[in-house]
Design a binder for this molecule. Structure first.
Ligand code: PHE
Length: 511
């Protein structure tokens, strides 16, 4: 049975795949800017504390849930819980929704790689500015759909190869290559005149305001919510990914060490990505540079490469290839969550699921939702397609200003913190941390983990997640006139209390 389901070829293969999932667009365009804007080193320390107490413990819990049950997300929740079975659905829904925009962004990376290849080939031809190029790409829905499809075809080809034959193989090559490319870009970026300003922006507390990058510093509540949301997304948590990857992991592998390596590697790559992109952007543009999100990648950095002269396009090709590899290695983990669900379902019915067909159908379904996001083009929407709640409510905060943000709000904004909150209460209060610890101790005798994990899962994680959920609601739904933070924190508090009562009265608890 084990063999039919497949498994990782080696522990390092698993690690590279898990790191590949974690390292993605979030590291490259999210972390560096958020760190600079939210207080440099101060932010880093808050981020690290959250990563150790919240991220690390959820990582262990997810890997343990997957490995213990030998099932993907939904199967694992069903096997373990009496009251929180349905939370598994959240963690399959969210990756599916994330793929709607992740594949579009992956498509953009392919387009920019092609652009830089062509700049390299036709050096001397007149080139447009990053902003013009980005604008013409977004207002060309057909092109965006085609490149989104291309990205999904790549994912399809990898995922159909299975766990060791596809995902592991890709990451075995992709991750080391990504690292090398990142180092090349860092060296180029840091040797540009003026790069040091960028370093100050990233690391020196208060510098972002002082030097005019942003107008005023965010409050501590907002910094914590930003750090928490970022940490979650970046570590691929509460998305079923680590449960799914854990379900293919051998019983002899050490969950504590593996989780620690994943968290540390992801954080190091995020810092390295900062060194690669921020100094270059600031050296070229100064404090007015767009330093986050799609604009950082596709406007600011494209200009940076164009300003470098003849060698620029070569660095451009390397950079967009690097981002593409990071996007693919995350996307295939998201696809695998859904694929494993269908494979397990077939197995539960006593048949062997046809992986090729399941992967094809999942990718096709993703293509349908992604086509909508691609056509909308980050809200440029030249075809005037309908955007949820926009006609009735107008643009409310960032939750419905374009399709991408809407899908992001559903998945990263709501499903992810809610799922993590409920999961920690399920493990901490319904099942008891022993469920996770038994699994952890199959391959480790470490004693300190018992108290640490129990305390984190029972107390720290639920409280931190309620706070992060509240902060996300505030971020996505606040408008210039109405702040939604108080409402958000209120909802967070209610969810914790209700979930706790549900867990406390669960029949599983009596045992
Ligand atoms: N961790 C990935 C990133 O940083 C995104 C991701 C989230 C991937 C959730 C899988 C699951 O971009």
């Amino acid at each position: 049975m084990e063999n039919e389901r497949g498994s990782w070829g080696s522990n390092i293969g698993f690690l590279l795949a898990a790191i590949g999932s974690a390292v993605g667009l979030g590291n490259i365009w999210g972390f560096p800017y958020k760190m600079g804007k939210s207080g440099g080193f101060t932010f880093l320390i808050i981020y690290l504390l959250l990563a150790v107490f919240v991220g690390f413990s959820i990582m262990i819990a997810e890997l343990a849930m997957g490995r213990r049950t030998g099932k993907g997300t939904i199967g694992a929740y069903h096997a373990l819980s009496a009251r929180f079975k349905w939370v598994g659905w959240l963690a399959v829904f969210a990756p599916f929704v994330i793929m709607s925009f992740y594949s579009v962004l992956g498509g953009y990376c392919i387009e920019y790689m092609a652009l830089n290849l062509s700049n390299l080939a036709f050096a001397g031809a007149e080139v447009k500015t990053g902003a013009d190029l980005f604008g013409s790409m977004l207002t060309n829905p057909f092109g965006c759909v085609v490149f989104t499809l291309l990205f999904l075809i790549i994912c399809y080809l990898i995922n159909r190869g299975g766990i060791s034959g596809g995902i592991e193989k890709f990451n075995n090559v992709g991750m080391p290559a990504l690292f090398v490319m990142l180092v090349i870009i860092i060296v180029r970026s840091l040797t540009l005149p003026g790069a040091v300003e960028g370093l100050k922006f990233m690391f020196v507390p208060g510098y972002a305001v002082e030097a005019g990058f942003i107008e005023s510093a965010p409050g501590i509540g907002s910094v914590m919510a930003t750090a928490g949301g970022q940490m979650f997304f970046s570590l691929s948590l509460a998305m079923g990914v680590m449960i799914t990857y854990g379900s293919y992991l051998d019983k002899k592998e050490n969950l504590i060490k593996n989780s620690a390596v994943i968290v540390v590697a992801d954080t190091i790559v995020a810092l390295m990505a900062g060194l690669a992109v921020i100094p270059a952007a600031v050296a070229t543009y100064g404090p007015s540079a767009a330093l986050s999100g799609p604009k950082l990648l596709f406007v600011t950095l494209q200009d940076v490469f164009q300003a470098m002269g003849t060698v620029g396009p070569l660095f451009g090709v390397i950079f967009y290839l690097l981002v593409l590899v990071a996007a693919i290695s995350s996307a295939i983990s998201l696809v695998e969550v859904v694929v494993t669900f269908f494979m397990d379902r077939a197995a539960a019915k006593g048949t062997q699921g046809n992986r090729h067909r399941i992967v094809l159908l999942v990718c096709l379904a993703i293509m349908v939702e992604a086509a909508v996001v691609a056509v909308d083009g980050l809200g440029t929407n030249v075809l005037h397609i309908w955007v949820p709640f926009q006609n009735s409510l107008g643009v409310v905060g960032s939750f419905n200003d374009c399709w991408l943000d809407f899908m992001d709000c559903l998945s990263e904004g709501l499903a992810m913190p809610l799922g993590a909150l409920l999961m920690s209460i399920m493990v901490g209060w319904e099942l008891g941390s022993k469920t996770v610890l038994d699994e952890v101790h199959k391959s480790s005798a470490a004693k300190w983990i018992d108290g640490f994990l129990t305390f984190c899962l029972m107390v720290v994680v639920p409280l931190a997640m309620a706070f992060i959920l509240g902060g996300q609601i505030g971020d996505y739904f606040s408008t210039a006139e109405h702040s939604m933070y108080a409402v958000g924190y209120g909802i967070g508090a209610v969810v914790v209390v209700v979930a706790w009562i549900v867990a406390f009265t669960s029949p599983k608890r009596k045992k």
